[in-house]
Design a protein around this ligand. Structure first.
Ligand SMILES: Cc1cc2nc3c(=O)[nH]c(=O)nc-3n(C[C@H](O)[C@H](O)[C@H](O)COP(=O)(O)O)c2cc1C
Length: 203
């Protein structure tokens, strides 16, 4: 169903709704390409989409320990709150020794069983075409956690060794166009979801 049987004003409101997206970089390196991608995406976001790189950084999270679940540390609460409020996530993360970065895995572990993560749309970005192991492993983890990877918005970009800074990404016509396309696909996905409305009965 795409908006049928609904007042016209409702559809207009949905059209102009601003979508909030949080961008997570799975690298703590100061010159991180993945962190630069998150900042570039924020600048290239289409109208109606606000992208905020997660400023506290995933390095602010303690190592995951289920014993802390009874009273989660403030940084974990803030992280969960920020993600809970976001309409979608962007994850850009490197491959280390054919695995996902410990920083990203640690962050995802804090979200296992966290209800705000269930069904959360995720654009998974790979900044290096040669790094497919971590990308596939991350997709598997996201699916296992019942998030919703958005294939049209999940792209591989040839940034490693070619286009490594935020400025280069924003000013490179070809790369900026690919980023804009991916963000447009994420926005389209979110709009379709919003127009479908709640899928649970409301009284
Ligand atoms: C310890 C280490 C292991 C790495 N292992 C791989 C790997 O298995 N496959 C790969 O494609 N790149 C690997 N790389 C390269 C990184 O993925 C690459 O440098 C990436 O840009 C790092 O992300 P960042 O720029 O966001 O920090 C490795 C880098 C380091 C430091």
């Amino acid at each position: 169903m795409r908006g049928s049987g609904r007042p016209r004003e409702w559809d207009c409101a949905v059209k102009w709704l601003t979508m909030d997206v949080i961008a997570l970089a799975g690298s703590l390196r100061s010159a991180s390409i993945n962190a630069a991608f998150c900042r570039a995406a924020a600048r290239l976001a289409p109208a109606g989409m606000r992208i905020a790189p997660y400023r506290a950084g995933l390095g602010s999270l303690p190592l995951f320990n289920p014993d802390l679940e009874a009273a989660p540390p403030d940084t974990v609460r803030q992280f969960r709150d920020a993600l809970g409020k976001a309409d979608a996530l962007i994850i850009a993360s490197p491959e280390y020794a054919h695995g996902m970065s410990g920083v990203l895995k640690n962050a995802l572990d804090w979200l296992v069983s966290h209800e705000a993560f269930i069904g959360k749309p995720v654009a998974l970005i790979n900044t290096s075409p040669r790094a497919h192991h971590a990308y596939e492993a991350t997709l598997e983890v996201l699916r296992t956690m019942s998030a919703t990877p958005v294939p049209e918005a999940s792209i591989t970009l040839p940034l490693l060794g070619r286009c490594t800074t935020e400025e280069q990404m924003v000013s490179s016509g070809e790369i900026a166009a690919q980023i804009r396309n991916a963000l447009g696909a994420l926005q389209a996905f979110l709009h379709v979801g919003a127009q479908d409305g709640p899928s649970f009965p409301i009284s």
